[in-house]
Design a protein around this ligand. Structure first.
Ligand SMILES: Nc1ncnc2c1ncn2[C@@H]1O[C@H](COP(=O)(O)OP(=O)(O)OP(=O)(O)O)[C@@H](O)[C@H]1O
Ligand SMILES: [Mg+2]
Length: 321
């Protein structure tokens, strides 16, 4: 079964309430989440839940009949210009959630349609989860130093209140949006970053017009020629990143998609700056070894896919040779 199947196939695996919540049907969520009954001081978690309930109730009053929400384009950080022609940018457009592409521990990816009249585009909505996150702990110092100035926010993050966890999730969304924007602008093959608001990123949907996501590299079984072609695309992409002084930071055959023969790099919140990060070279080395390992296992001749030589070339391109 394809991992990127439409929502309907997954529906049976969730309870109704769970399903509706994941689908973002606001009316239903209001009905499910009872107000906290305990009196007195509310915990941070309760405060956040009540705030969400209010938000939901407000927005239920203004929901389009033929969609789940009005286009959020106007209120979001928008992707780099020129905006691609296929993108529906009219504020009167409507967003409709068509299904789940993939749920994960750190983020869930949904299929979304943004439409106005007969114009429509498919988008991937990547929503960072605000539950405790493997990476959140490991990289907490990095995030805390970065953009958090207000001490209230710092405290919330340090104490891992649900408000704090939500802020951390938002920082990952901000980081991935910035990385995608930079890479898109220098011509790297990444999905066009449409917008970011809160913990949600909207991306160009990589897949067919029916909403089937393209396979990840790990799911493909390329023949000899295809393998060589994919390898060349990989090297070119890594060169483009190296020219910009960065490496992916979590590169694997799961974070590359293959769409109509084109290799597309995804999942970039942790992109690593080779110079600024004291472990930059180590990350580059790890990325290269991970991905060359996959190519070697698929039969790429060792003299072509030799990791040390590639690392040396990339360091040279980055001006660090
Ligand atoms: N722009 C996109 N278009 C289509 N499908 C996408 C897109 N972005 C992500 N996906 C799908 O969603 C999956 C998860 O995306 P991503 O790797 O960015 O998130 P993640 O939370 O890090 O997931 P994981 O932990 O599985 O790596 C991808 O493997 C891919 O199948
Ligand atoms: Mg991933």
């Amino acid at each position: 079964m394809r991992e990127h199947d439409l929502y309907e196939r997954f529906e049976s695996t969730f309870t109704d309430a769970d399903t509706m919540r994941r689908k973002g049907k606001r009316g239903k969520r209001v009905a499910d989440d009872a107000e906290p009954t305990r009196r007195g001081r509310m915990t941070e978690e309760e405060k956040l839940r009540v705030a969400r309930l209010r938000e939901d109730q407000l927005s239920t009053a203004d929901t389009p009949e033929d969609g789940d929400r009005w286009s959020t384009w106007g209120d979001a950080d928008q992707g780099p210009k020129p905006h691609p022609d296929w993108l529906v940018t009219e504020l009167a457009a409507v967003d409709r959630e068509l299904g789940i592409v993939k749920t994960g521990k750190e983020a869930d990816v949904f299929l979304l349609e943004r439409a106005l009249g007969d114009r429509a585009c498919l988008l991937a909505a990547k929503r960072y989860r605000s539950n405790d996150h493997r990476m959140f702990h490991r990289d907490a110092g990095y995030l805390e130093g970065r953009r958090m100035k207000k001490s209230r926010e710092m405290r919330a993050i340090q104490n891992r209140t649900s408000f704090g966890r939500n802020l951390i999730a938002e920082q990952w969304a901000v980081a991935e949006f910035a990385a995608l924007t930079q890479l898109w602008q220098i011509g790297a093959p990444v999905p066009y970053p449409v917008q970011r608001s809160g913990t949600e990123l909207l991306l160009e949907f990589i897949g067919d017009a029916e909403g089937n996501a393209a396979p990840r590299l790990a799911q493909t079984r390329p023949d000899e020629d295809e393998l060589l072609d994919l390898w060349r695309q990989l090297v070119a992409t890594l060169m483009t990143l190296a020219e910009a002084g960065v490496t992916h930071g979590d590169l694997s055959a799961y974070n590359l998609m293959v769409h109509e023969g084109r290799l597309i790099m995804i999942d970039l919140p942790q992109v690593v700056d080779l110079v600024a990060n004291p472990r930059g070279v180590e990350f580059l080395d790890r990325d290269v070894r991970n991905i060359t390992g996959w190519f070697a296992a698929r039969g790429l001749p060792p003299e072509i896919g030799e990791p040390s030589a590639l690392v040396a070339t990339l360091l040279e391109v980055a001006g660090m040779g």
